[in-house]
Write a protein that binds this ligand. Structure first.
Ligand SMILES: Nc1ncnc2c1ncn2[C@@H]1O[C@H](COP(=O)(O)OP(=O)(O)OP(=O)(O)O)[C@@H](O)[C@H]1O
Length: 283
């Protein structure tokens, strides 16, 4: 089997509590693999240890026990970070810089420069849909625009692994749709994405694998399809059903000894209705 993009083995993190002897257990004996080329969603309620796990992986916080690897290298070694782009939970950007200057700033930190960086900036602004805001100061950006400029900075050195902490938190449905489309585009380009979220429907749309954490412990983990498929049942979707078909189907099902559990009209999600209404109004 190929080396996973991320491997976390027996990870535990205890935070000291000021003036107390007992410690907060933020992460407890966590194991997970993120296969290369997949989108992995780490889910859990507030305080379940998601951000701590990411911070340890990125070398921003030290682990109490356990091992974290990026493409087979110990992630405490900063060389392993050359292939990683990171979008923190609440990214902070210099308000007086424009979108272009912001990406240039991060590009230079990553050792890029000259014409290569200038063309990279154009490419990234187009990718995240901010070409029109190229010369606008980031201080006036909406939350959705800030997350998109955050994604652009995470992509500046063309990393193989993207780590996104709550990429759509606080973003409206239209903005979060754009971010999800970008995540899928990254996957199409062969990148691996590890993200955290508590917006479950959104995770369901983009993730191949999911881990559910609570109080630092991994409760469930696996491929999204395995986790959400209801065993022993089959759904049929029929278009233009003539009168009487439903009764015939019910009879056939009864004759076969199976049980017809439910017949219902398919529904669209409220999000789809919302996005359609907004998009039509913008035409
Ligand atoms: N620097 C710190 N010092 C002490 N305790 C901390 C520190 N950072 C996090 N914790 C505690 O560790 C636990 C896990 O926090 P963490 O931020 O990793 O959770 P999370 O799942 O990312 O939550 P959220 O969804 O709110 O971002 C919480 O109980 C939190 O209070």
């Amino acid at each position: 089997m190929s080396t996973p993009a991320v491997r976390i083995t027996g990870l535990t993190k205890l935070y000291p509590v000021h003036l107390r002897r007992q410690k907060v257990v933020a992460v407890k004996d966590l194991n997970l693999d993120v296969p290369e080329g997949q989108v992995y969603g780490l889910l859990g309620p507030n305080g379940s240890g998601k951000s701590t796990t990411l911070k340890i992986l990125l070398g921003l916080v030290t682990a109490t026990h356990g091992k974290t690897e990026i493409f087979g290298e110990d992630s405490r070694d900063y060389h392993s970070h050359r292939d990683v782009g990171f979008l923190p939970e609440n990214p902070y950007f210099y308000k007086f810089l424009t979108a272009e200057e912001t990406i240039r700033f991060y590009g230079k930190i990553c050792g890029l420069g000259g014409k290569a960086l200038t063309s990279k900036i154009g490419e990234l602004l187009e990718l995240v849909g901010l070409e029109d805001a190229r010369h606008r100061r980031v201080g006036g950006f909406s939350k959705g625009m800030l997350q998109r400029i955050g994604l652009a900075q995470a992509l500046v050195q063309d990393p193989r692994l993207l780590v996104l902490d709550e990429p759509t938190a606080g973003v409206d449905p239209l903005g979060s749709r754009q971010i999800r489309d970008l995540i899928l585009e990254m996957k199409r380009r062969g990148k691996t994405v590890l993200l955290t979220s508590h917006l479950l429907e959104q995770v369901q749309e983009v993730c191949d694998r999911v881990g559910i954490m609570s109080r630092g412990v991994m409760l469930r983990e696996g491929s999204l399809t395995d986790l959400i498929t209801v065993g022993g049942q089959t759904e049929y979707l029929v278009e233009n059903a003539p009168d009487g078909l439903q009764d015939k189907i019910a009879r056939l099902v009864a004759e076969s000894g199976a049980k017809l559990v439910e017949t219902r009209k398919p529904q669209r999600t409220l999000e789809k209705v919302f996005l359609e209404a907004i998009e039509n109004a913008q035409k």
